[in-house]
Ligand binder design. Structure first.
Ligand SMILES: [Zn+2]
Length: 333
């Protein structure tokens, strides 16, 4: 669609889009299963995994023309709840937060967009187009931080971390956990394609079978599939004092021949914590940008498996078997 130039009230920094990542949430919004247009409007501009170049920094002293920036997605609710009031909008407790490209504010999938300086994250220019991976990386930075916080409830020296699902979030979780020095294992259904190689290049171990087949009990599991069977088996496989982070969103599906009470008993008897994690606040955006800047760029670049032009957006929304991260590129880097 032709849409008006971004309005100054959307932020004092004017940005030219370089690329926007596509994820499952975008597909759900297009299918009408999720997402909200801005109040009084019938359309929502998609795009929450942004990367752009500053055209006009406005009056903001911290930015200059040519800076590469990524826009934070969530905005605190207007009340605000106590979490949003202290900048922890990822933990918003009243659900009235808004999100660019998802909930009531237009996203970044347009040739130009504006952003408030406090919600723009400047990235290392050496990252180039890889900056588009920052948003999924923030989800991982938050999940791993939460695991660390929860671990402090007792004396805990986690060594093994299992990731279920080798999508962008799972692979970035494996990368960051390796950077923390952990023994990392990644499970996925795929037996070929780029995923097994990406995992072994990290120095992590790839498994295409069930988590029940592992010959050890993990200290930490980052569950990225949202599949009932995988979640149930993850709880049963988790080691003593282990922590299971649910980071994937699934859709229905039933788990056969498992008694919920038995699964719960296993968690009780081993002091397990099972928790959900979504979104990220500015602290996680900052941490993730530091992680990405330190990561191996050649490896990161292999996560972007397909680049589409804006006019081929429909193809970008299609899921192909070897896709990891699909990106719509608006302009050259
Ligand atoms: Zn809130």
């Amino acid at each position: 669609m032709d849409i008006p130039e971004p309005d100054l009230h959307e932020g004092s920094i004017l940005v030219e889009a370089i690329a926007v990542g596509v994820c499952g949430t975008d597909v759900e919004i297009v299918e009408g299963k999720y997402g909200w247009a801005p109040h009084g409007q019938t359309h929502l501009v998609l795009g929450h995994e942004s990367l752009g170049r500053v055209i006009d920094p406005g009056l903001s002293a911290g930015f200059k023309k040519g800076d590469l920036v990524v826009g934070i997605v969530r905005r605190p609710d207007p009340v605000p709840c106590s979490n949003c009031a202290v900048g922890e909008w990822d933990m918003c407790s009243n659900g009235q937060y808004t999100e660019r490209g998802i909930k009531e504010i237009n996203g970044y999938m347009s040739e130009r967009w504006r952003i408030e300086p406090e919600y723009a994250i400047k990235i290392d220019p050496a990252l180039g187009i890889l900056g588009v991976l920052l948003e999924p990386a923030t989800v991982v930075a938050k999940a791993l931080e939460q695991v660390k916080f929860i671990g402090r409830r007792s004396y805990w020296e986690p060594r093994t971390l299992v990731v279920t699902g080798a999508g962008p979030i799972g692979l970035l979780a494996a990368l960051f956990a390796k950077m923390y020095g952990m023994d990392v294992h990644v499970l996925d259904r795929m037996e070929s394609g780029p995923k097994p190689d990406l995992v072994s290049e990290l120095g992590a171990t790839y498994h295409s079978g069930s988590i029940m087949d592992l010959d050890f009990e993990p200290d930490t599991i980052i569950e990225c599939t949202g599949v009932g069977q995988v979640i149930s088996e993850s709880i049963q496989k988790l080691g003593a004092n282990g922590i299971l982070c649910l980071a994937g969103i699934g859709h229905g599906g039933t788990v056969r021949s498992v008694s919920l009470a038995n699964v719960a008993a296993s968690a009780v008897l081993r002091n397990n914590v099972i928790f959900g994690s979504v979104n990220a606040n500015k602290r996680h955006w900052y941490k993730a940008s530091q992680f990405l800047a330190k990561a191996d760029r050649k490896w990161l670049s292999k996560l972007i498996t397909r680049v589409e032009r804006p006019e081929n957006f429909m193809s970008a929304l299609e899921r192909k078997p070897d896709d990891i991260k699909v990106v719509i590129q608006f302009s050259g880097i």
